[in-house]
Design a protein around this ligand. Structure first.
Ligand code: GLV
Ligand code: MN
Ligand code: MN
Length: 436
């Protein structure tokens, strides 16, 4: 055996030992207490969290995260889309390893969707500190802005603008239901943290790992505690605008109405029928947001706007759905108008094989130390910031189970031991990448 090979084997062993030590220094109770603390920002009496992006609750949560990261020795920076970065330096100034997720929630969400990934990253930093491990590369934990996309569309704004800053000017013009511009809310969020230095967007990253709750039933049904996420299914969002004529509910004869709600409901029935009859279970269809004008009990609706969210692992199914949407809206026969526009479209994401192997190793060690079943490879049904980061650097994701598959709901829950296990796997993966 030549000398060089021996040396590199030794280094390899040291690096594996560091990854294992980082994994073994993750603390269950420390993780649980920060999850409870962050959940208080926008916390609800039913156990859920209402912390839509850039609301006061979100700004207060961001301040909490800044203080927490600083207390763990991190420097904090922010970019033009208010993405927050918490950095633990490496022994060199090479591009960092990135982990984290988002801190915003649905209008009524749980305490784990996104928040878990950010707090998991800060727990990895605490574990590295406790284990006295110096990594070659810096480790950065990120809290992306507006992953949910429910207040300002589209979703995953922060991560997509980070990867492609040319998106930001159009995002700034996105308006919420109350008429607030994303750009104005963003400026207030930036002004709220004068102590946090600005950093450029699109900075090089050596790799990215996002840890997230599964938000579906696959892991729980398989009795498996960790998922190696191989990719993310494709998604498209549309806005359908139906315009009729408002009128008196008591006086206008039924046959003479141009009722926007009657047309919108008719369209919705045809879309559900297309899903059930033509596409089947592989197509997931959600008509989630409805706005009715003037929204009065005794006025015939003059205008109805509703959103369509469709997902499938096979993008062709979404191409066919779009053709059907076109057909159904054109063929609808009535005296009013129907228009639809695309709001968001993503092809499927596939994470690279080398990253999947590392994640599998990290998850396998965590599961076998706890005498649990081996991790499962699976596709993500939800989208995540990782889908944009995958365009920027080698990226992967780890999933932990969601009780009953429930998410985007106050009742969202994961067993504390499984949350702990996920962070253990993350610590191993991040440390390995930070020493590579
Ligand atoms: C993310 O929240 C998604 O809708 O998949
Ligand atoms: Mn999420
Ligand atoms: Mn979500």
């Amino acid at each position: 055996m030549n000398k060089e090979l021996n040396v590199s084997n030794l280094e390899q062993r040291d690096q594996t030992a560091a990854s294992e030590r980082a994994q073994d220094h993750v603390q269950h109770d420390r993780l649980q207490s920060v999850i409870a603390e962050l959940a208080a920002f926008g916390g609800r009496s039913d156990g859920g969290v209402s912390r839509e992006t850039l609301t006061d609750n979100d700004l207060q949560a961001r301040r909490y995260l800044i203080d927490l990261a600083r207390s763990r020795g991190c420097s904090v920076t922010i970019d033009d889309c208010a993405n927050l970065f918490f950095r633990r330096p490496g022994t060199s100034d090479l591009p960092p390893v990135l982990t984290g997720s988002h801190a915003d929630t649905q209008p009524v969400g749980g305490k784990l969707d996104g928040a878990y990934g950010v707090l998991a990253g800060l727990e990895v930093i605490a574990a590295l500190n406790d284990a006295g491990i110096e990594t070659l590369r810096p480790v950065e934990v990120v809290a992306w802005t507006n992953e949910e996309g429910c207040r300002f569309g589209p979703g995953a704004m922060g991560s997509s603008a980070f990867v492609d800053p040319s998106c930001l000017p159009a995002y700034r013009n996105s308006v919420d239901a109350k008429g607030v511009r994303f750009g104005d809310a963003l400026d207030l969020a930036l002004q709220a943290v004068p102590d946090v230095p600005r950093r450029p967007m699109a900075e090089p990253m050596s790799a990215c790992v996002e840890l997230h709750i599964e938000q579906g039933p696959v892991l729980e049904r398989a009795l498996v505690s960790l998922g190696v996420v191989t990719g993310i299914q494709s998604v498209r969002w549309y806005r359908i605008q139906v315009t009729g004529t408002a009128g008196h509910a008591g006086t206008m004869p039924m046959g003479e109405r141009v009722d926007a709600m009657a047309a919108a409901v008719g369209l919705a029935q045809q879309l559900y029928a297309y899903q059930a009859v033509e596409a089947g279970e592989k197509l997931r269809l959600t008509l989630g947001r409805w706005q009715v004008s003037p929204n009065s009990i005794n006025t015939i609706p003059g205008a109805v706007e509703f959103t369509v969210d469709v997902r499938c692992v096979d993008e062709q199914v979404l191409v066919q759905f779009e053709a059907a949407l076109n057909r159904i809206t054109r063929a609808y026969s009535w005296a009013g108008q129907i228009e639809f526009e695309s709001m968001f479209s993503r092809p499927p994401t596939h994470f690279p094989a080398a990253m999947l192997e590392l994640i599998e190793r990290a998850c396998t060690r965590a599961c076998s130390s706890a005498s649990l079943a081996a991790p499962l490879r699976m596709t993500s049904g939800a989208f995540h910031d990782a889908m944009y980061l995958a365009e920027h650097c080698p990226t992967a994701m780890i999933f932990v189970p969601s009780k009953g598959g429930v998410s985007h709901n106050a009742a969202e829950e994961t067993a504390p031991e499984e949350l702990f296990l996920g962070v253990q796997a993350l610590a191993y993966a991040v440390t390995s990448l930070a020493n590579a």
